[in-house]
Structure formats: structure tokens, C-alpha cells
Ligand binder design. Structure first.
Ligand code: PAF
Length: 281
């Protein structure tokens, strides 16, 4: 077997990316898609590694800060970007294609079709970020139609997002599998996120209260679990956006934290909104 590395393809044009994936699929290649917004860190690279482990012949990484999933007062303009470094990281991680579209090539000036999920996306981040999951579903549906992957890999840190996308795939009959890869944490416990770059040294230390509080979660009444987390993160100076104990599949609130519960946290550390979660297994 040849150990020669393939040259990584780089696409900006959606039509060319789609043509490439069509040709590769017709040639029998198993295609994996790793959708990202770039500014890649170890968490993203672990998604590429997961695609490799599952035997993908082609691993396409999309890098696109999707304007449609940001609210008017959110961080779209200042979201960190570093295309050159991202391309090199993808190459080193074994991606075989990178797709780097622009808002103009993804959305026609009169774009008027959006994908809405109307159950799992109503609470949690969906309630605090109106239109967010509509934007996510729309861009992910477009990426699926462009890449036609056999499977797509998402990170568990965006717990609600992964559930919403799975539901979209089921309800709209997308012919692909969703793989959800574990959260990657820094040594300190902080869940990796491109937004961690916004944090000052002090904020980074305070942000650890989230993963620490989640680690300490034990089965018991949900109210108590919630109160303990809120107390711990607010003591560290964070502002709670939400702390919820939900059924890990339906995302509906539960009364008791037990096997099958997901504990989800969103909190502001200074101006930076961080999310993290723990599934009780
Ligand atoms: O998780 C993300 O980075 C984004 O929400 C995604 C899935 C790439 C869609 O823009």
C-alpha cells in the first residue's frame, strides 16, 4: 500500500467543491465532512482525526464564518480568523480538501430559503440566540448538499447543535451519518473553543470554574445541581446565561440528574460567552 500523502485540494468556489466531491463519490471514495468556522484548535483537529479513524478516503474541512447564524449584536465581525494557519493545520492533520467560501458565494443577494428546526432548538442557546440554529441548519444543509458526505463530524461541546443537526438529517432525509466527537479540553479543563482567544489571563482562570463545576456534578435533584453550578461560576466572577439539566436526547428539562441527563452551561466571562456540558453516562 502506498504511504504517499495526497495533495490537499483548496476550493473557494462552491460549484467546484461540489463537482470535486461528486467525482470522488462516483469513483467510490468515502467522503467525510468536517464543518468549522476556522481558527482551528485541537478540538477541530480531533474531528479530522475521528474522520480518519472511520476510514474516510476524502476528508473535506469547510472553513466559513457563517454570518447567518450570528445575531446583530454578536461577534461576527470580530470572530477570529486565520485562513493561512488553518490551511496548514488541515494539511498536517490529514485533510484532503479545504473549502473556504465567502458569504457572497454562499448566499445570493436574494437568498430566501432557510432551514428551521422547531423543537430541539427552541430552548437553551436557541432561546438566548434567536435565529442562531436557523442559520446553523441552513449553512449545514448547504454544506451537506455541496459535499454529499458519507458522514459529517461535529464536536460535543456544541451539544444542542449536534442534536439539532441530527434531527435535521432525520427529518429532511439527508443520506449521511452524523458523528459526534468528544469535547477536547485544555490541560486545565477548559473546553477548547476559538472564542477562548478573547479571554484575558484572569478570565481564563475564572472560566475554569465551568468545567470544574461540571466535573463535580453528581446524580441528584436537578435544582440542587443547577444551584451549585450557578453559585460556583458566579463566585468566580462569571455571569450565568443558563444552567440546565436536560434529557440528553429530547433536551427537555429533567427533575433529577441521572444516567441520560446532559448538564448544559452557558456563561459570560467578561464579554465572552462560553458554553460547556457534561453528559451523565
Ligand atoms: O460549530 C460550528 O463551528 C458552526 O456552528 C458550524 C457547524 C460550522 C456551522 O457554521
Amino acid at each position: 500500500m502506498s504511504t504517499k500523502k495526497k495533495t490537499m485540494k483548496i476550493f473557494a468556489d462552491p460549484a467546484k467543491f461540489q463537482r470535486w466531491s461528486r467525482e470522488r463519490r462516483l469513483a467510490g471514495a468515502k467522503i467525510a465532512l468536517v464543518p468549522t468556522m476556522g481558527y482551528l484548535h485541537e478540538g477541530h483537529l480531533s474531528l479530522i482525526a475521528a474522520a480518519r479513524r472511520r476510514g474516510a478516503d476524502e476528508i473535506a474541512v469547510s472553513i466559513f464564518v457563517n454570518p447567518v447564524q450570528f445575531g446583530p449584536n454578536e461577534d461576527y465581525a470580530r470572530y477570529p480568523r486565520d485562513e493561512k494557519a488553518d490551511i496548514e493545520k488541515c494539511r498536517a492533520a490529514g485533510a484532503t480538501a479545504v473549502f473556504l467560501p465567502t458569504p457572497e458565494t454562499m448566499y445570493a443577494p436574494d437568498h430566501s430559503v432557510y432551514v428551521e428546526e422547531n423543537d430541539l432548538s427552541l430552548g437553551l442557546c436557541g432561546a438566548r440566540r434567536p435565529g442562531h440554529f436557523r442559520g446553523v441548519c441552513t449553512v449545514v444543509a448547504k454544506l451537506f448538499n455541496l459535499a454529499h458526505p458519507d458522514f459529517a463530524v461535529f464536536g460535543r461541546k456544541d451539544y444542542q447543535q449536534a442534536q439539532v443537526i441530527k434531527r435535521m438529517v432525520r427529518d429532511l432525509d439527508f443520506d449521511l451519518k452524523i458523528v459526534v466527537a468528544p469535547i477536547v479540553r485544555e490541560k486545565s479543563g477548559l473546553a477548547m473553543s476559538s472564542r477562548n482567544t478573547y479571554l484575558s489571563v484572569d478570565e481564563r482562570a475564572a472560566a475554569l470554574s465551568i468545567s470544574r463545576a461540571l466535573r463535580e456534578v453528581r446524580p441528584g435533584p436537578a435544582g440542587g445541581v443547577r444551584d451549585r453550578i450557578v453559585r460556583a461560576i458566579e463566585k468566580a466572577g462569571l455571569k450565568t446565561d443558563y444552567v440546565e439539566c436536560v434529557d440528553s436526547v429530547t433536551l427537555k428539562p429533567v427533575k433529577r440528574v441521572a444516567k441520560g441527563t446532559a448538564v448544559l452551561v452557558a456563561a459570560y466571562c467578561g464579554k465572552t460567552r462560553l458554553i460547556d456540558n457534561r453528559e451523565i453516562v
